[in-house]
Design a protein around this ligand. Structure first.
Ligand SMILES: *Cc1c(COP(=O)(O)O)cnc(C)c1O
Length: 395
């Protein structure tokens, strides 16, 4: 059955989108098509598919029915024309940049991107003679000035990992389009339940599907969504360089995404309560959460995150890293692990999680204090999480 999703809500889309054409012989769930290549009885049919005259599958580094269903699901949730998937979030991000930007061209971005992304900008792109302008994330005027100076791509992430800073997507997209630049937004932290970068003017949206989309801490994946012509170029780079999603991983992502809206709504609500609670604790120096009125970009967040402010926050404890270690070690209902967006609460310090790839000196330069804790709220009962935090903070 062909379904029309134009009037459907997020929850309905999470369940049904992308699966119409992939139901094999009446199975109610998308099958894992664990096949590298696809066979044809008639070589003429094969040729037609290879030449793009007919729809079909040839080889799973390029396309596969299971990961096509995942791509279609995210495409519809993000309101995009096209989507293509990857083995990880970094696969999606690096292929998006390398597929679209050439040596000598300029990228404007922010200092607070995810650690791996930051390494691309600081280490790998300069090696390829790409010019990278790293702007102060909270300084909208500076970002806009750098964009106006001309660039091929504007690369944004909002809210940022682990500082939870917020960038005004609409404002930067308007500036970028005036100079003919492509806007890319990493929507991993917000998810399409909370924020729709394409509606705000971003051309492309990238995700680490390993986080909230999968949602269960058991599968790596990435995806980029956007206009057909741009996605086609990125897809072509991926089909040749090979960072393809695995069909079994795609199946786990599809399964995880069925409950995306339920999980994210719960995580939004719990994180909001926990952030407010932490603001009242004497052991806590600062709390970074876009939903708090005290957040410097709260007004922007209110505008561009109509669904909610997400499940992740960070906060600085008073004292030094010893206090952070003691606090983390005492938590009962939290994995001390380098992950986020899972159904279980996960905690870490940027030094061991998002910015493990970045040197202590560079971390300090990026304004990431050693006493910072990143807290990714799970779907546990929120009262249990608050009690757990209180006992871990107690003297
Ligand atoms: C984790 C993360 C990535 C990288 O994703 P992987 O799937 O681990 O490669 C990129 N961006 C953000 C915001 C992330 O949190």
């Amino acid at each position: 059955m062909k379904r029309n999703f134009s009037e459907a809500g997020m929850g309905t889309k999470s369940l049904w989108a992308g699966e119409d054409d992939s139901l094999a012989k009446g199975a109610t769930q998308v099958p894992i098509v664990q096949s590298i290549a696809f066979t044809y009885d008639d070589v003429d049919d094969w040729l037609d598919v290879a030449l793009g005259k007919k729809e079909g599958y040839i080889y799973s580094r390029t396309t596969n029915p299971t990961f096509a269903a995942f791509e279609e699901k995210v495409r519809i949730l993000e309101g995009a024309e096209a989507a293509t998937s990857f083995a990880s979030g970094m696969g999606a991000i690096s292929n998006t940049i390398f597929g679209l930007v050439l040596p000598g061209e300029r990228i404007v971005t922010i200092k607070d991107t995810y650690g791996g992304t930051n390494q691309l900008f600081r280490e790998f792109l300069p090696k390829l003679k790409m010019d990278v302008a790293l702007c102060d994330t909270s300084n909208g005027d500076q970002i806009e000035r750098e964009i106006r100076a001309g660039c091929k791509m504007v690369y944004l992430e909002t809210p940022t990992n682990p500082t939870l800073k917020v960038v005004d997507i609409k404002r930067m997209a308007e500036a970028a389009h005036k100079v003919g630049a492509i806007v890319v937004t990493d929507n991993t932290f917000a998810t399409p339940v909370n924020q729709k970068p394409i509606e705000l003017g971003s051309d492309l949206v990238v995700h680490s599907a390993s986080k909230f989309l999968g949602g269960h801490g058991d599968v790596l994946g990435g995806i980029v969504c956007g206009p057909k012509d741009l996605v086609k170029k990125i897809f072509h780079y991926r089909e040749i360089t090979g960072a393809a999603l695995d069909p079994f991983a795609a199946y786990l992502l599809i399964r995880g995404m069925k409950t995306l809206q339920l999980r994210v709504e719960r995580q939004n609500a719990s994180a909001m309560r926990i952030a407010r609670h932490l603001e009242g604790k004497s052991e806590v120096a600062t709390v970074n959460y876009p939903g708090l009125e005290s957040h410097p970009q709260h007004e922007i967040a209110k505008r561009q995150m109509p669904g909610g402010y997400g499940g992740v926050m960070s906060f600085a404890l008073k004292g030094d890293f010893q206090n952070v270690k003691r606090f983390l070690n005492r938590l009962k209902f939290a994995h001390r692990a380098a992950n986020l967006g899972s159904v279980e609460t996960t905690v870490g310090s940027p030094a061991t999680t998002s910015h493990v790839e970045v040197s202590p000196k560079d971390r300090a330069a990026m304004g990431i204090p050693d006493a910072l804790v990143r807290y990714s709220t799970g779907i546990e009962d929120v009262d249990d999480l608050i009690a757990d935090i209180d006992q871990a903070l107690a003297p």
